[in-house]
Design a binder for this molecule. Sequence first.
Ligand code: MF3
Ligand code: CO
Length: 255
Amino acid sequence: MKAIRTDSEISAIAESCEIAALVLQDLVHLTVEGISTYDLDQIGKEKMAQYGAKSACYNYRHGANIFPAYTCISINEEIVHGIGRIDRMVQNGDIVSLDVCVSYNGYIGDNAKTIAIGSVDTKIENLLEDTENALRKGIECARAGNRVGDISNAIESFIRPKGYGIVRDFVGHGVGKTMHELPQIPNFGKKNTGPLLKPGMALAIEPMINLGSPNIRFLEDGWTAVTADKQPSAHFEHTVLVTDGDPKILTKVKN
Ligand code: MF3
Ligand code: CO
């Protein structure tokens, strides 16, 4: 597998990741009751341009489908790949998943998080906290000498006892010049299986966890994945570098 990046690729990916993190941070602050998801998406587009980057989602092709938005904004039972709409206002009690994937100097940076608007049920608050902690558990295993299955298993074994549904239809992935490179990183799996992790791999790890059943459907737009039982879903993602030592989260805002 050609997933080991050169030093110059790693610095390019790191720059792209920092921009992705800045744009995500901006969007998190702007996601308030009353704003439309279309406006949020447009702001995302403008912020990317301000940082000299482009959306990696816009015009992304999957079969005959072309993604029409600049970010992915998915509310409540929407899992991932939601498309901003002028008539979809953020409301008190919503959870909003913001997914920002940019291309800068030819390399990708990818991150996402789910935030609560105003007050939400304790069980939904817990879903967000547990999904973010599942991501941390996965990242902790992104170490040279481990295998992809160790990341997958860390996420699954943290989440499964809590009774949530782990989405199986989408997976984490390597990042490089394109958004979805090898290795694929499922959010479930067995320890000590799958591709060996080596220093220089840049991995987007992204648990998508449902309050209820793991099953999904697609909306008529052909993109938005929703939970089959319409219960809420959370999504947290970082792009992480495998090193000789500790895993390095690249999608971080530097101070
Ligand atoms: N972070 C998302 C992913 O890895 C970005 C998808 S953009 C889309 O799948 F164009 F595919 F929607
Ligand atoms: Co991703």
